[in-house]
Every structure is written in structure tokens, then in C-alpha cells.
Design a protein around this ligand. Structure first.
Ligand code: NAD
Ligand code: DAU
Length: 359
């Protein structure tokens, strides 16, 4: 079996659902269920004996040691993290605690377990660390996309904490020989995406008749990847990745934020039209994110060349499926927009000034 951390979050739950739809190998899912973790994401497998859910902290080394001793997973896929840049600006401490100290505790428990495995199991063992393109910092318009050898230059407390965790993972391979794999992926979107992030926030605000907040001039560029393509890439790296290696994962889908918001409005105008006007009328320019990275872009040629992975979805197909998913899953949306969510929205948006439209 494998042990997944953070498997009740956005990407982790998509990964667990994908895994069990393709494979009979059981999954132990260790998740603290923070505000971002949602057990309802896993409702379709709540009676599936191949899925063992454990609520707990990755930094609880005694718990992790006990799980490793009891279940003897052949691999760890480590998703658990604090993941939202804006939250890291308002409160970095949780990011240091989970992304750095938590990953350190997890690595220590795994190292102790792995060291005592018989030789064959030891060499077959894998620790796959799921990371982000944000560790490489920001690009200007004419820079080449990030490769696996781009220098680290994180700019937010979130990306700095992920960079630190990447370095720890690297050191556990280099120093102890732990068979690690690190993936650095671009922006994901798709089902179960928590509506604090741009794409689900725009879809849910649009339908609720609320403003669609664009930070700054809306010309910041992200490289979008449909979440199931990220899951396929991780499975491929787990099977064929070389221990100690890093693989960049991206969709070759660079889009400016304003263009993404326009596409979302246009799809909603078709699938769920308003009684008058367009969803574009709700677009509102607000104060920019401090330290906002201008552009991310991933050069995904290494994973394509060495492991034969390519995304299956284009932005056009993936974004349409995503909007349709949110339209079809209104109870999930209502459920996650609870009291704590509303407090976050108030904190993040109430102090941003509303500006004039920039043409
Ligand atoms: P998410 O915030 O949706 O989910 C994180 C999950 O981790 C939640 O279920 C949460 O309960 C759990 N968690 C948090 N702290 C924990 C702890 N101390 N112990 C156990 N569980 C804990 O995040 P996501 O968007 O699904 O991202 C998953 C991973 O992928 C993260 O490591 C993130 O850095 C990375 N990543 C995300 C993206 C993206 O676009 N979302 C892109 C590249 C990489
Ligand atoms: O690049 C990978 C990263 O992508 C992951 O590591 C992070 O976990 C994930 O959250 C995501 O980070 P971003 O900051 O790029 O995603 P977010 O959805 O928060 O914002 C996307 C862009 O949209 C960014 O330029 C900020 C902008 N934005 C965001 C929000 C929430 C707005 O203009 N308005 C908003 O209200």
C-alpha cells in the first residue's frame, strides 16, 4: 500500500480518487483536516476498504511511526501543506509549522522506518514530495520557463516554506540515501478546488452575484494544469522517476489572470446565463497582493522526455469541465463556504481598495 499525506485537500483528494479508480493497491490517507481538508471530497470512497483515513498531523512523528510500522507502505506521497499565498501573507507561522517543521517530522519518522527495512524493500521504497513552481520565484515576460535547474528564489512566506521543504527532502536523499522524488508543479485547477483560490473563487462569486476581484492590473501570468493531469504525472514519477531527481510538471498553458476570468465569465454566460448582462460586469479591480509574482511558466520537457508524460487536457477542455463540475456540485460549494470561510473572505478582501477598471 501507499501512504498519502493531505489526501483530503484539493489535489490530494483528486489523487486518492484517481488512484483507487485505477488501482487496487490500498491507500492510507493521513490528513489533519485543516480548513482546507474536506472529508466530503472522499464521500465516494467512504465505504471502500482500500481507503484508510487517519486524521492527524504530519509533524506527529509518533503517529507517523506507528502508521509506518502497522501498514508498511511501500511509498509516501506527500501533499500535506498550507497552500494559499494570501494566507501566508496574513499569517506565515502555520506555513513554517506545517511545510517546514511538519515535513521535517515526517522525514525523520520515514527515515527511522526506512533505515531498518530489508535491503530489497529499502531500495524499492519511495518518498515523493509534491512541490510547486513558486520556489523558483518570478519570471519577466521574455524569460524562458523554469527548468529543474532554475535557481531557487521564493518570494512569499508560502513559497519560502515550500523551498525549505524541498531542500530538506533533497538533503535526506543526499545524506541518508532516502529514495526521494520531488515534483514542482504549476497552478492546478479542477474539481474540489477550495474557493479561496482564483478559479473556484471567480466561479462561486460570479454565481452569487458578488464582485470578481482582480489583484492589480490582472496581467500576472500562471501556467494552468488540470488536476487529473497532475495526478497522472505523480503516478508516472512514482513508477519510473529516478531517486534523488526533480521533475517539473506543467501544462504549457500560460494565461494572464484577466484572460482566465474572461474565459470563466464567458463559459458561465453560456452554461448559466444571467437574466441581464454578462458575468464580466462583476469584474472589480482591487489592491494587488504584496510581493505578487508576475509570471510563472514551467518547462515540462524533462518529464515528457524521460518518463513519457504529457497532459491530456487543454486549458479549453479542462476549464469547461471545471465550470460544469461547480454547477453540478452546488451542495459541496455551499458546504465549504462555512463560517470560517466567510471570515477569511472578510479578512482578505475588506482592506483591499476597489479601483477603476484598467483598460
Ligand atoms: P490544499 O490546501 O487544498 O490541501 C492541503 C491538505 O493538507 C488539506 O487536506 C489539509 O487538511 C492537509 N494538511 C495541512 N496541514 C497538515 C498537517 N500538518 N498534517 C496533515 N495534513 C495537513 O492544498 P492543494 O492545493 O491540494 O496542494 C497540495 C500540495 O500540492 C501542496 O503541497 C502544495 O504546495 C502543492 N501544489 C499545489 C498546487 C496548486 O495549484 N494547488 C500546485 C503545485 C503544488
Ligand atoms: O504555482 C503553483 C501555486 O499555485 C501553488 O503552489 C499554490 O498552492 C496555489 O495556491 C497557486 O498559487 P497562486 O497564488 O498562483 O494561486 P491563486 O489562485 O491564489 O492566485 C492565482 C492568481 O490570481 C495570482 O496571480 C493571484 C490572482 N488572484 C487571486 C485571487 C484569490 C486575483 O487576482 N484575485 C483573487 O481574488
Amino acid at each position: 500500500m501507499i501512504l498519502v499525506t493531505g489526501g483530503a485537500g484539493f489535489i490530494g483528494s483528486n489523487f486518492v480518487l484517481d488512484w483507487l479508480s485505477q488501482d487496487d493497491e490500498p491507500v492510507i490517507n493521513l490528513d489533519k483536516l485543516t480548513y482546507a481538508g474536506n472529508i466530503n471530497n472522499l464521500a465516494n470512497i467512504n465505504k471502500d476498504p482500500r481507503h484508510i483515513f487517519i486524521q492527524g498531523d504530519i509533524g506527529d512523528t509518533a503517529l507517523v511511526a506507528a502508521l509506518l510500522a502497522q501498514y508498511k507502505p511501500r511509498a509516501i506521497v506527500h501533499f500535506a501543506a498550507e497552500s494559499h499565498v494570501d494566507r501566508s501573507i496574513h499569517g506565515p507561522a502555520a506555513f513554517i509549522e506545517t511545510n517546514i517543521n511538519g515535513t521535517f517530522g515526517l522525514l525523520e519518522a520515514v527515515r527511522a522506518h526506512w533505515t531498518n527495512l530489508p535491503a530489497a524493500e529499502k531500495s524499492a521504497f519511495r518518498f515523493l514530495h509534491v512541490s510547486t513552481d513558486e520556489v523558483y520565484g518570478t519570471l519577466s515576460a521574455d524569460d524562458a520557463p523554469f527548468t529543474e535547474t532554475s535557481a531557487y528564489a521564493p518570494n512569499s512566506p508560502y513559497s519560502a516554506s515550500k523551498a525549505a521543504s524541498d531542500h530538506l527532502v533533497r538533503s535526506y536523499h543526499h545524506t541518508y540515501g532516502l529514495p526521494t522524488l520531488t515534483t514542482n508543479c504549476s497552478n492546478n485547477y479542477g474539481p474540489y478546488h477550495f474557493p479561496e483560490k482564483l478559479i473556484p473563487l471567480i466561479i462561486t462569486n460570479a454565481r452569487a452575484g458578488k464582485p470578481l476581484p482582480i489583484y492589480g492590473d490582472g496581467q500576472q501570468v500562471r501556467d494552468w494544469l488540470y488536476v487529473s493531469d497532475h495526478c497522472t504525472a505523480i503516478r508516472r514519477v512514482l513508477v519510473a522517476g529516478k531517486p534523488g531527481e526533480v521533475y517539473n510538471i506543467g501544462g504549457w498553458n500560460e494565461k494572464a489572470n484577466l484572460d482566465v476570468v474572461h474565459v470563466l465569465c464567458d463559459i458561465l454566460d453560456t452554461l448559466d446565463p444571467k437574466s441581464d448582462g454578462s458575468y464580466r460586469d462583476q469584474i472589480t479591480y482591487v489592491t494587488d497582493r504584496p510581493g505578487h509574482d508576475r509570471r510563472y511558466a514551467i518547462d515540462a520537457r524533462k518529464i515528457e522526455r524521460e518518463l513519457g508524460w504529457k497532459p491530456a487536457e487543454t486549458f479549453e477542455t479542462g476549464i469547461r469541465k471545471t465550470v460544469q463540475w461547480y454547477l453540478d456540485n452546488q451542495p459541496w460549494v455551499s458546504d465549504v463556504q462555512s463560517g470560517a470561510y466567510l471570515k477569511w473572505v472578510e479578512k482578505n478582501y475588506s482592506q483591499r481598495q476597489v479601483g477603476e477598471e484598467i483598460s
